[in-house]
Design a protein around this ligand. Structure first.
Ligand SMILES: CC(C)(COP(=O)(O)OP(=O)(O)OC[C@H]1O[C@@H](n2cnc3c(N)ncnc32)[C@H](O)[C@@H]1OP(=O)(O)O)[C@@H](O)C(=O)NCCC(=O)NCCS
Length: 188
């Protein structure tokens, strides 16, 4: 099983029994407010989603990493983070998404998880560039990306009338930031 470890977190491949905590995540209206693409109502839908992610994780060569965010302290599954090939690689060849159960917000967990995932993407996968996006009305997510070393690139209108903020970094820019300014936000 693929794993990444941080001070407080274990990031590991999703497994079928994660469907229960993923259902809690995906049916939490506070969580899905700015992240509708991961919303679902039923446990069956969560099971289907987990199974799909497991299929993608099992492909070889491996193109995507869909991981459970697990607390090392008590083993609770707190959320999901995933990275894979970008549909539109204009800003980054890889793109990622993430979501944390609202009970765990505000403790730096997602910044910790994203930093580990980006380190893996740039240093192990050899990604030349990585991008992420969030709803423009979701500043917490923008902060997470900036704190993990990505730079704000642009705000784009979406088909549904919303706007999205795009963040990205080349490997060179991220590694420079990581080695010289870690702990400070990437310049916006
Ligand atoms: C966005 C999300 C991942 C953040 O996770 P988290 O673990 O709480 O994030 P962190 O604690 O690492 O950092 C959050 C940062 O945002 C800041 N923040 C929180 N709410 C904010 C707001 N309304 N305005 C501005 N900044 C805000 C926090 O102060 C913190 O920054 P700081 O460390 O400089 O103080 C989490 O809220 C979530 O899962 N939301 C729903 C899903 C989602 O939006 N996913 C991303 C887009 S698909």
């Amino acid at each position: 099983m693929f794993t990444l470890e941080t001070a407080r977190l274990l990031l590991r491949d999703l497994i079928l029994k994660d469907a229960v905590p993923m259902h809690a995540l995906r049916s939490d209206p506070v969580m899905t407010r700015y992240c509708a693409y991961i919303a679902s109502d039923t446990l069956e839908e969560a099971k289907t989603w987990v199974r799909d992610t497991m299929v993608h994780n099992a492909m070889r060569p491996r193109l995507s990493y869909n991981l459970a965010i697990v607390s090392k302290e008590d083993g609770q599954v707190m959320g999901w983070i995933g990275i894979g090939q970008a549909d539109d690689p204009t800003l980054g060849e890889l793109s990622f998404g993430y979501a944390l159960r609202s009970a765990y917000w505000g403790r730096g967990y997602m910044t910790e998880a994203l930093t580990a995932l980006l380190t893996f993407a740039y240093e192990e996968l050899g990604a030349k560039s990585v991008q992420g996006e969030c709803d423009a009305q979701n500043p917490a997510s923008g902060r997470v990306m900036a704190k993990a070393g990505l730079r704000f690139v642009e705000r784009r209108p979406e088909d549904d009338g919303r706007e999205s903020d795009y963040y990205a970094a080349t490997a060179e820019a991220w590694k420079t930031w990581h080695s010289t300014s870690r702990g400070e936000d990437a310049a916006v």
